[in-house]
Design a binder for this molecule. Structure first.
Ligand SMILES: [Zn+2]
Length: 209
């Protein structure tokens, strides 16, 4: 993911290019195999030089820019490794011109490895393109790496499409409370062997389609 999640790709945002990205991780979160549209995906997410040959055997966590998202990814993958059952969760990874919904599936494999698949599920052009943004850990404005909502100081989380061209240039990626809760619920449900409560997959808030 964000990191797969600094979602800038002004050059490719006018086409729906990312269809599927997948990778295999070992217990140390090393990337053993990478496929699909990884190169484009990495470029879109701030990993300018993170081409496939460069990332093999590196840690996935080195390609995730913020601590919240790293922690969420570790907990999701470890739950699948422990329980040996697949887990699905949706997230958004917009480009400045397009809302994009992905579904991430973490699937257990042999010998403690997992397969992580990111499928593009939906894409819509924004009526007003967002201003391109970049991750800055010191930025006052926050952006959730799972739902892409933005939080200005003293305000509630807002959808990026509601901001139009007032989207901040610099944002510090993190997880909003709602997404933190969704991640925890996905993990709890998997560990408890039950269906998750609420929308773990199927979109986000009122713009669910
Ligand atoms: Zn969120």
């Amino acid at each position: 993911m964000q990191n797969l999640k600094v979602c800038e790709d002004p050059e490719t945002s006018d086409t729906v290019k990312f269809q599927q990205v997948y990778f295999v991780l070992d217990k140390e979160f090393r990337l053993l195999w990478v496929g699909g549209e990884w190169d484009d995906f990495a470029n879109a997410n701030g990993g300018q030089n993170a081409q496939i040959n460069d990332v093999l055997s590196t840690s996935l966590l080195d390609h995730i820019v913020d601590q919240d998202t790293k922690r969420a990814m570790v907990r999701l993958v470890e739950a699948v490794m422990d329980v040996q059952e697949p887990l699905k969760i949706d997230y958004r990874c917009d480009s400045p011109e397009m809302l994009r919904r992905f579904q991430m599936t973490v699937q257990p494999m042999k010998e403690g490895r997992v397969l992580v698949v990111h499928d593009l599920r939906d894409a819509q052009s924004f009526k007003v393109p967002l201003f391109p943004w970049r991750h800055n850990p010191h930025a006052d404005e926050k952006k959730c790496s799972f739902c892409n909502r933005v939080k200005f100081v003293g305000k509630d989380w807002q959808t990026p499409e509601s901001l139009g061209d007032s989207h901040p240039d610099d944002v510090a990626f993190m997880l909003c409370g709602d997404c933190e809760h969704r991640v925890e619920e996905a993990i709890s449900a998997l560990r408890d062997g039950r269906k998750p409560l609420g929308a773990i997959t199927g979109g986000f808030s009122s713009d669910v389609t």
